[in-house]
Write a protein that binds this ligand. Sequence first.
Ligand code: ATP
Ligand code: MG
Length: 180
Amino acid sequence: MKIKSLTLNGFKSFANKTIINFQDGLTGIVGPNGSGKSNITEALRWVLGEQSVKNLRGSKMPDIIFAGSDTRAALNRAEVTLVLDNEDGYLYNQPNEIRITRRIFRSGDSEFFINEKKVRLKDVVDLFIDTGLGRESFSIISQGRVESIFNSKPQDRRILIEEVAGVLKYKKEKKKAESE
Ligand code: ATP
Ligand code: MG
């Protein structure tokens, strides 16, 4: 499975509709401080169902809507669309191309769509369950998260490594079996 494109429209600093095509060979996005690199990763996290405003560096969800600039008025809605190439069938029982859209209005109302069909947040989250790609996976690691991993106690860091290696769930099951 591959990311085909990410479209931002009214999301944070992306007031104009911006389409990012993820062509083969893309390894990085570079740009000056404040140019919107982190906003792109946040858009990816958001469209996958991120519910924590803190992870998006805001205080309330509508903060992610373009807030206006010296030359442009604020917008009333933000929309992000992620297009995935599923030709290899990585997402079981799903079409070759999957298009996920999330939209939010100033009122705070959020809408989700999978292949243009209106769905619930749960449907988007379920689509990625056990794939290692969901909103809480380690495939997206923010700047702050790197620091917190470095600064954590060895015991906490071990838990994290076990989680990534998939050991944690077996440990939990072992503990449960031993107590029965
Ligand atoms: P750095 O290299 O410092 O990490 P960056 O390229 O990751 O920078 P971002 O943090 O993605 O930059 O972008 C920050 C910019 O986004 C700031 O200029 C900020 O004002 C702008 N921004 C954030 N939220 C909004 C919003 N709701 N409306 C308009 N602009 C916003
Ligand atoms: Mg950044």
